[in-house]
Write a protein that binds this ligand. Structure first.
Ligand code: FPP
Length: 231
């Protein structure tokens, strides 16, 4: 059982390979994203039931706007449907939802922004677990935004003030990053929070990443000796 292994407090997922998964099945790319969203929902149950406090997911990057308009629109509506469907469950399970990214962008419609902020507001006091959806997210922008926010408040620029002004807010640093589909890059994901993360890469495509794949990653993490630059 999991009580014997060292668990990460914060796991962050780069959900890659949806398009290839769909292509292998002669399905439209969106079928891969839709299955990917189901995977995300399923993993959350397992994570929070097993004592992992925080899970982050890279759902939409600032670079993703350059995809075909049809795919962008479908990812947007998938995000909105996912929130609508899951907020009652988050409330029932006492899970806090955080959405980090540039929600002030004019590319996000006013109604979508409102729905996102309402969902976040409804769950903000829950403490059993936190799910952080990185949406219209880029880590360099996040750091620039945090520095500007600190200056605006008249704060000195320190690691502390940058950290407290990040979009992700008060989340702990990431202990374990999991990236699927064989790519071994961070792709502008949580650069600040991943300074000391362990990195787990698997060839498994995201729509196939199930609880048994997650357990493999957690066992791998348990086997790492983490030294934070010390000896
Ligand atoms: C990368 O696969 C995945 C994405 C760009 C989107 C991730 C989104 C989900 C898993 C669904 C949940 C989404 C929301 C918005 C809640 P890819 O399309 O780059 O795959 P490929 O590299 O095989 O083409």
């Amino acid at each position: 059982s999991n009580d014997r292994i060292m668990l990460p407090e914060h796991v962050a997922f780069i959900m890659d390979g949806n398009g290839r998964w769909a292509k292998q099945r002669n399905k439209p790319r969106f079928a891969g994203h839709r299955k990917g969203a189901e995977v995300l929902e399923g993993l959350c149950n397992y994570l929070f039931d097993n004592g992992i406090k925080t899970a982050s997911f890279y759902a939409f990057s600032t670079e993703n706007w350059s995809r075909p308009q049809d795919e962008v629109e479908k990812l947007m509506s998938l995000m909105m449907r996912m929130l609508k469907k899951n907020v009652p469950r988050f409330i029932k399970d006492e899970i806090r939802l955080v959405v980090s990214g540039d929600l002030d962008s004019e590319r996000i419609s006013a109604s979508n922004k409102k729905a996102i902020l309402e969902a976040v507001e409804k769950t903000r006091f829950f403490t059993r677990g936190t799910i952080n959806i990185c949406f219209n997210y880029g880590a360099k922008s996040e750091i620039v935004h945090a520095a500007n926010a600190a200056v605006k408040k008249g704060q000195p620029i320190t690691e502390q003030t940058i950290a407290e002004n990040l979009w992700v807010g008060d989340l702990p640093d990431v202990d374990l990053v999991i990236r699927t589909s064989g790519e071994q890059r961070l792709s502008n994901f949580m650069l600040w929070q991943c300074a000391y993360s362990e990195m787990y890469f698997t060839d498994c495509l995201w729509p196939d990443f199930d609880v048994s794949e997650l357990k493999k990653a957690l066992e791998w993490f348990d086997g790492r000796k983490r030294r934070f630059g010390g000896v």
